[in-house]
Design a protein around this ligand. Structure first.
Ligand SMILES: Cc1cc2nc3c(=O)[nH]c(=O)nc-3n(C[C@H](O)[C@H](O)[C@H](O)COP(=O)(O)O)c2cc1C
Length: 175
């Protein structure tokens, strides 16, 4: 069975909940593990070729402003340290498209930029169909660079979005 590591931050909210849901669903076909950032050491991380990274966006440009959240800090450390050559990475992001329509899930896009420069193979892009934000750093042409979720105001769409994304990334991870 192929191994998948789901690493996420912060914990205690929707981000953790989605990470746990993904782990549960992906465990049907993979040896999947879900851990908050601080629970992942650099050497553990290196053991995985298939990785999912999930973060909540918590403020305009907070990614570069020195975060307080320890789990997200550790994700930043890992992103800075690793060369992602030969690693397949899928992203998910939590945001709020009504309160932050010009920065919807920005941090997912910031992570994708870093991963591109570090030679990762990014999978799991999604359509913007049925989203209502105006701007996002996670936009790539007409697609979002991962699974963007707004559990604050579009909770009713989350289950279907997760399910469709799992189907798509499963095919990619199995290749
Ligand atoms: C202080 C603060 C700033 C936020 N800034 C953004 C933002 O810039 N863009 C966005 O899409 N969502 C933003 N959000 C919404 C969160 O990403 C959303 O509520 C998410 O579900 C929080 O993650 P959690 O449920 O795992 O705690 C912000 C939330 C807070 C509390």
């Amino acid at each position: 069975m192929k191994k998948i590591l789901i690493i996420y931050g912060p914990r205690g909210g929707y981000t953790e909940h989605v990470a746990d849901t993904l782990k549960m669903e992906l465990s049907k076909k993979f040896d999947a593990k879900s851990l908050p950032g601080t629970m992942v050491s650099l050497s553990t991380f290196n053991e995985y070729d298939n990785i999912i990274i999930g973060v909540a966006t918590l403020g305009n440009d907070s990614w570069n402003a020195g975060r307080q959240d320890m789990d997200v800090n550790q994700i930043q450390v890992i992103l800075n340290r690793f060369d992602f050559s030969r690693k397949k990475v899928a992203l998910f992001g939590l945001g709020n498209s009504i309160l932050y329509p010009e920065h919807f899930c920005d941090d997912m896009g910031i992570i994708e930029d870093i991963l591109q420069k570090k030679n990762a193979e990014i999978i799991g892009y999604t359509s913007t169909y049925d989203y209502s934000f105006k701007e996002s750093k996670a936009l790539r042409d007409n697609q979002l660079c991962g699974l963007a979720l707004d559990n604050d105001t579009e909770n009713e769409k989350t289950e279907a979005r997760i399910s469709a994304w799992i189907d798509a990334v499963t095919i990619e991870f199995l290749k």
